[in-house]
Write a protein that binds this ligand. Structure first.
Ligand code: CMP
Length: 225
């Protein structure tokens, strides 16, 4: 398992090398192929996961089969803790969008690890608080922003986490289909495609399969506001 990546997770950020090695040693490794499901919304769960390679999507589906994506997570990001702190079924389905690997820790081991380590608990609380802040932003955007604004914001968020700056712009290899991008912003594929085509025609970005190259970050950021 890649310890450098594990150390980016909030669970590890306050630990010294010795404690981080001990915690890493109690984690098991899980691997998925692209398209595999790690667990389904509604399952019972007893583990928390940290992504060490690749990307996953966290999604929910409606009774009539429509899908909404809550988040895309990549290396160093953690999920699977809600069913521990608020006991109940898994709140989302986790599916690999690329081949992916994870470190997993059982909820029992995590609780034992938190005992007497308030700084680690604080790291987890800080992640939960930042997720709540982000969820509030998502709800506000669904009410106050139009679809192109939400698409621009989603692209900037993906660029922030997965972007690589090159001479011709920021290359964002998000690994999502246009359908998945639409599920992430809560709009139809047609409306999202129209927004992307409009941004491309203005020269703000270039569309490539499962990725975009952002050529005018400033204008895209202004559209996201
Ligand atoms: P759990 O409910 O155990 O399994 C699904 C996980 O998805 C959940 O724990 C959280 O870790 C994660 N999750 C749920 N909702 C969100 C959200 N809005 N943003 C990011 N991650 C989430």
């Amino acid at each position: 398992m890649d310890n450098d990546v594990l150390r980016q997770a909030p669970l590890f950020s306050s630990l010294d090398d010795e404690a981080a090695t001990a915690l890493g040693g109690s984690m098991a490794e899980t691997k998925l192929r692209r398209g595999d499901v790690l667990f389904h919304e509604g399952d019972s769960g007893d583990k928390l996961y940290i992504v060490t390679e690749g990307k996953v999507k966290l999604g929910r589906s409606s009774a009539d089969g429509r899908e909404n994506l809550l988040a895309i997570m990549g290396p160093g990001q953690m999920f699977g803790e809600l069913s521990l702190f608020d006991p109940g079924p898994r709140s989302a389905t986790v599916t690999a969008v690329t081949d992916a690997a994870f470190g997993s820790l059982s909820h029992d081991d995590l609780l034992r690890w938190l005992d007497g380590r308030p700084q680690v608990a604080r790291g987890l609380l800080s992640q939960l608080a930042s997720r709540l802040r982000k969820s509030n932003d998502v709800v506000a955007d669904l009410v106050f922003s139009d679809v192109p604004g939400r698409v621009a914001k989603a692209l900037l968020d993906l660029a922030d986490r997965f972007g690589r700056t090159a001479d011709d712009g920021v290359h964002v290899h998000h690994d999502l289909t246009q359908e998945e991008l639409a599920q992430l912003v809560g709009a139809s594929r047609e409306t999202v495609n129209k927004a992307l085509a409009d941004f491309a025609s203005r020269g703000w970005l270039r569309l490539e399969p499962r990725s975009v190259v952002i050529m005018d970050l400033e204008r895209l950021s202004r559209r996201a506001r």
